[in-house]
Design a protein around this ligand. Structure first.
Ligand code: GLU
Length: 473
């Protein structure tokens, strides 16, 4: 067994998810904190898949976790290592513990264990070694003293040894149990820093006892406070998005998600809230994570995401949108990708400050890439009264323009509004319905401009024909 790395060596961290489901928001935060800490300190991040629960671990869940990490753009340097495939190492460690007397075989039944504990109140279960086939293997826990977890976030947490049972490290059939596997893997992988959720704090004294019995130096531990929903209850499905895939589907940017997750438990000294990933890497420190439960509030994530979307820049915007459509709407991606680059760029420009999430973008710009679907209710509401005549007049003004610059379009339509002494919406809404099929779109001048002269005029003509109004053509 290799002892823990000397302090001067580069730190070695690990993210160790159990593939019993998708990666949840709490797990994503744990992954991010490990990644940030490893990157800031020039260390190594290993990925270990804790798949020893053979019933609940599935290859599909492993794929979901890898997909989530890739989507979050959190890369790892070693692994993925399957914990299950390391069971030979776990068994060897158990043999060593038996040889040294730190562990012993104990065939006691659950009833015998209960009876022994009842006979010695306040003392954890202490069995007596009996090497019979099918005996479970227990680790000896001292009667005296305490096991102290010197936690980077909580400070020292002591667990008295006396009430703790000699605990099982291998089942009667020889299967190594969870805490044994984690301690052996952490030691053999040379892990220097364990950053994980504080639901694991109660496992830590057991892992420390195993490490000590193996003669391995323990890693430093940091247990992250729980995540709550805005109602103060433990974060769960009822608070909305709970998996990384769900966040991706809702159109959050990986960079905004990283920024928001970093702030769940940690903050900068000057309370900056918008941080690029480079800034996070420079400034994050797991030692400065707070002790209180952090609140995941999707409305804050959405706000932050809107800020990132606005500042992406057209090129990056286009890339992010295409990635989002690839994951969530391949048909839309096909229409988007088939359009001329100038249309894609124009779409990104006119929508940049209009959508808070990538999921909100396509409905706003699809009219640039597909024939509009007329929303009949919007049509009948808007295309009444003066609307057909005003639409016809707008068509004439637009058709008479020499060019198709944004300034020309807006000047022509503003002049029409002024001359007819109508409200702007009376001119703009019929045009909007004519060119997009709906009453919701980016700014009307921008929308006309992005659509291009020929397509814009053709759609207005089609609307006029539908209304039975002859256009000047
Ligand atoms: N596999 C554990 C989990 O997914 C994490 C164990 C650890 O980080 O030590 O909760």
């Amino acid at each position: 067994m290799r002892a823990g790395k000397p302090l001067s060596a580069a730190p070695r961290l690990r993210f160790a998810p159990s593939p019993t489901g998708a990666l949840h928001i709490g797990g994503a935060r744990t992954a991010l904190y490990n990644w940030l800490e490893a990157r800031r300190r020039g260390g190594v991040l290993a990925l270990r898949i804790e798949d020893t629960d053979r019933e609940r671990s599935t290859p599909e869940n492993v794929e979901l976790i890898l997909d989530a990490l890739r989507w979050l753009e959190l890369d790892w340097d070693e692994g993925p290592v399957s914990q299950f495939e390391r069971s030979d190492h776990h068994r060897l460690a158990i043999e060593r513990l038996l040889e040294s007397g730190a562990a012993y075989p104990d065939p006691a039944t659950a009833g015998e264990v209960r009876a022994a504990k009842a006979a010695n109140p306040g003392l954890g279960y202490r069995g007596s070694p009996r090497a019979v086939p099918g005996a479970a293997i227990r680790l000896r826990v001292p009667d005296q003293g305490e096991t102290v977890v010197d936690d980077l976030i909580r400070g020292p947490v002591s667990f008295p040894n006396r009430p703790q049972d000699d605990f099982v490290i291998a089942r009667g059939d020889g299967t190594p149990l969870y805490n044994l596997a984690v301690a052996v893997d952490d030691a053999e992988m040379g892990i220097s820093d364990v950053v994980r959720g504080d639901d694991h704090l109660s496992n830590t004294p057991k892992q420390l006892q195993i490490l000590s019995a193996l003669g391995a130096s323990p890693p430093r531990y940091a247990h992250l406070p729980l995540l709550h929903g805005p109602d103060g209850r433990k974060l769960s499905k009822r608070h909305g998005a709970d998996s990384v895939q769900e966040l991706a589907a809702r159109g959050y940017l990986p960079e905004a998600t990283r920024n928001y997750l970093a702030l769940l438990g940690w903050g900068t000294e000057d309370d900056t809230t918008i941080l690029t990933t480079d800034e996070l890497v420079k400034r994050f420190s797991v030692g400065r994570v707070g002790r209180a439960a952090a609140v995941f509030d999707e409305t804050k994530l959405r706000w932050l995401n809107g800020r990132f979307m606005r500042d992406l820049g057209a090129e990056r915007y286009e890339e992010r949108l295409a990635e989002h459509l690839r994951r969530n709407d391949p048909e839309a991606l096909a229409s988007f990708a088939a359009a001329p680059p100038s249309t894609r760029r124009a779409a990104s420009e006119i929508v940049a400050d209009k959508a808070q999430t990538l999921a909100a973008v396509w409905p706003l710009i699809s009219f640039l890439f597909c024939e509009p679907q007329i929303d009949e209710r919007a049509w009948s509401r808007v295309m009444s009264g003066e609307a057909p005549a005003l639409l016809g007049a707008a068509r004439d003004r637009l058709g008479a323009l020499d060019g198709w610059e944004l300034g020309e379009i807006s000047a022509a339509l503003e002049a029409l509004v002024a001359e007819r002494e109508v409200k702007p919406g009376q001119v703009y809404q019929p045009i909007r319905v004519a060119i997009t099929g709906s009453t919701v779109s980016p700014g009307i001048f921008e929308s006309l401009w992005a659509l291009g002269r020929d397509r814009a005029l053709a759609r207005i003509d089609a609307a006029l024909a539908r209304l039975g109004v002859a256009s000047a053509g």
